[in-house]
Ligand binder design. Structure first.
Ligand code: MIC
Ligand code: SF4
Length: 691
């Protein structure tokens, strides 16, 4: 593969435009902030605008327009990381250009077979070579650990995981993206996003006992649902903010991802300062608050005092009911953990509730502390003993049950989980009914064996445990491997599980092929390419592609292969909000490998759309949603003159040859994205620029 040097990466991302370099253009951390329109006319600014204005390097900070921003920190996790680093290696950069890049191992920690261990070793050697901090398996879930040890208010963080917005709990603009976008950011390139609309969520009042931060975000999901929020940021404000600790704020920003927003952000205040102090990082604190006269695109008020325990019911985080409505339902499994709810506060709350109690004999109870730090601190403060004594099965500090790579429940089980996604089959058991709840509601079910409003625990003599955050956490960073000087000579380890990323072809001038699959609304990336037990094939694209759309239609792979090998293109037709959920670029990379050239949907989610473009698949949306109804699976579709249409900004007309119909589709693409598509994806585009 042609090597792409640092200079070219910078050309590609056009970092030079709109920047006033201080000493060296290559020292990204020394750029002066550009002056935004708001600053010029002295208008009040929201937190989102304040952080973005200091990071925009390209384009106008105008809502709805594409801007490039400088990324201060990146994170990757192992399941998306191997591909991200293979792509980073292909760029020919000698060291990462960010202030900090961290490579976490937290997803594929179940090592059945050699694959995951091979990937871990590869990631460790890449980290050592390129100046990346490596967080070893066992150190914890990336988002929890990053919040504890590295998150800094006012900074930008790009992560190859959709729950990267967890960092918004500490006042960061933290965004989830595909691995390739993160690789470009590590190489010093800008990250491109639509300059967002800002929705203020104005919190008033104070949560009542037994009502938790999880119930706040479930209420927000009830209001905003999982679709229709692309291009927005949730910014929290109001008096209620002061009543929430950093982990509680992080629970809320974490699950904003389920609404499809670009990110969510809280102010950085005295509570943030106390948290950072307890982490031995007070020096990382800065104050961040919105100006009093900041203007928002929308303001939604939530009175915390009025909230009650809620649950997301199968199979969407947006299907919200009160726990009272579900009361009495038998529960088979309770899982406490995940990057949403596995903090010290969450686990100590549950420990106090369960003190002296035993778990119901019908309930399989699993606890996965979010990090080694959480585990060590609850051990030190006695909570761990109470959890173990109650009968909990202790899982390692990793994603585990949340991604379905362990603890799949029994057939038809009712499983209560404190995690953030309950998509069909994600648990590994297709018939299971997954409910997303707070740690308090989960603990109540452990005791009673039934869906129970945790407020009713008072009736059996359990007092609400109000947990204070420690003034000082017990700290131990020995599970990180920090980069050393002169590590450039390190040999990268490549076991048999590590393969080159497949190359994409330039988009053809005519896309002619079959509708390989027609799917409904709200198809998630878990539907497109399952994780769980299949996730160990992330570094082996041909093998992983065998599981495409397995949950929806297991015949997809064989049919797509036949169409591709006959010289025709595969086309996916979808409903609203296609590609919800994760950042996994395999949901685009594997379809690309199978010869998918276009996705025609009613609407597409942000990260997935960006991933499709990165891998040379054109994302199109119906001009008239009714045209969706006129298409059937196996219809022959044709789009001609694509190059000319994209270059001239003309309307795309799709011919349905089977039905003898024509319909129009839109493409919402920046000039940069058009060039990427015409080149056949981001890597191909970069190679072209480098020549
Ligand atoms: C998820 O929660 O769905 C994951 C697994 O963390 C994904 C990333 C992946 O698929 O590797 C995400 O959220 O982006
Ligand atoms: Fe891991 Fe689950 Fe969080 Fe994804 S949502 S990062 S799988 S804990």
């Amino acid at each position: 593969m042609t090597k792409i040097n640092q200079k070219n990466i910078l050309i590609i991302s056009r970092l030079f435009i709109c920047l006033i370099p201080c000493k060296s253009l290559l020292n990204a951390s020394r750029y002066f902030a550009i002056i935004t329109y708001n600053e010029m006319i002295n208008m009040g600014m929201a937190i989102t605008e304040k952080i973005l204005s200091k990071h925009v390097t390209e384009g106008k900070p105008k809502k709805g327009s594409e801007v490039g921003i400088k990324i201060d920190q990146t994170l990757t996790q192992d399941a998306t990381g191997t591909m991200a680093y293979l792509q980073f290696e292909a760029m020919g950069i000698s060291k990462v250009k960010t202030e900090l890049s961290v490579s976490y191992v937290d997803h594929n920690t179940v090592q059945i077979g050699f694959e995951n261990a091979d990937d871990h070793k590869y990631l460790q050697s890449v980290a050592e070579k390129y100046g990346i901090v490596y967080s070893r398996a066992g150190n914890g879930i990336c988002h929890q650990v990053h919040l504890e040890r590295f998150g800094k208010p006012g900074k930008t963080l790009l992560g190859s995981d959709s729950h990267t917005p967890t960092g918004g709990g500490i006042g960061m603009i933290a965004i989830g993206a595909g691995g390739l976008d993160v690789a470009v950011a590590m190489a010093g390139g800008a990250f491109y996003l639509t300059y967002p609309k800002v929705i203020k969520i104005n919190l008033t009042g104070k949560l009542r006992p037994w009502v938790a931060a999880k119930d706040i975000i479930l209420k927000i999901l009830d209001i905003f649902t999982t679709k229709g929020n692309v291009g927005c940021v949730f910014e929290y404000g109001g008096e209620g903010v002061k009543t929430l600790s950093v982990p509680e704020r992080a629970t809320i920003t974490n699950m904003g991802a389920e609404c499809g927003v670009t990110t969510s952000v809280f102010p950085s205040d005295e509570i943030t300062k106390e948290f950072l102090k307890a982490q031995g990082r007070e020096k990382d604190w800065i104050e961040l608050k919105a100006d009093d006269d900041a203007e928002y695109d929308k303001v939604v008020d939530i009175n915390l005092s009025e909230l009650e325990p809620l649950a997301a019911t199968p199979h969407s985080p947006g299907n919200i009911k009160t726990v009272r409505e579900l009361e009495g339902m038998d529960v088979d499994q309770v899982c406490l953990g995940s990057c949403t709810n596995s903090s010290y506060k969450d686990l100590m709350t549950v420990a106090h509730i369960l003190k002296g109690k035993k778990n119901n004999t019908n309930v399989s109870f699993v606890v996965a502390p979010g990090s080694k730090q959480v585990l060590e601190n609850i051990i030190k403060d006695g909570g761990f003993t109470d959890i173990v004594s109650s009968g909990a099965r202790i899982a390692e500090s990793a994603c585990g049950f949340c991604i379905g790579n362990s603890q799949s429940p029994k057939t038809d089980a009712v499983s209560l989980r404190t995690s953030n996604r309950n998509f069909l089959s994600r648990s590994g058991t297709k018939s299971a009914q997954i409910y997303l709840v707070s740690p308090e509601t989960a603990a109540a079910a452990v005791i009673t064996g039934k869906f129970t409003d945790p407020r009713d625990l008072e009736k059996i003599g359990i007092k609400y445990p109000s947990i204070d955050m420690p003034a000082q956490f017990y700290l131990d960073d020995s599970m990180f491997i920090f980069p050393k000087e002169n590590s450039g000579k390190v040999k990268i380890y490549r076991g048999p599980n590590i393969g080159d990323p497949p190359a994409s072809d330039p988009i053809p001038d005519t896309i002619a092929g079959e509708v390989t699959i027609k799917v409904e609304d709200k198809i998630t990336t878990d539907h497109i390419i399952p994780a769980g037990s299949k996730m160990k094939y992330r570094s082996n694209v041909p093998k992983y592609s065998e599981f495409l759309f397995e949950v929806v239609d297991p015949t997809f792979h064989d049919r797509a292969e036949k169409i591709r090998d006959s010289g025709k293109h595969n086309i996916i037709v979808a409903g609203l909000s296609y590609g919800q959920g994760s950042s996994r670029e395999h949901a685009a990379l594997c379809p690309m490998y199978m010869g998918v050239k276009a996705v025609i949907a009613k609407s597409l989610e942000r990260i997935h759309k960006a991933n499709l473009i990165n891998f040379g698949i054109i994302p199109l949306t119906f001009k008239n949603e009714k045209d969706y109804d006129s298409i059937d699976q196996a219809d022959e579709l044709e789009i001609t003159n694509i190059k000319e249409i994209l270059e001239a900004g003309k309307t795309v007309v799709v011919r349905n040859k089977t039905k003898g119909l024509e319909f129009k589709v839109d493409y919402d693409l920046s000039d940069r994205q058009k060039m990427i598509l015409l080149a056949g994806g981001t890597l191909a585009y970069m190679k072209k620029q480098a020549k």
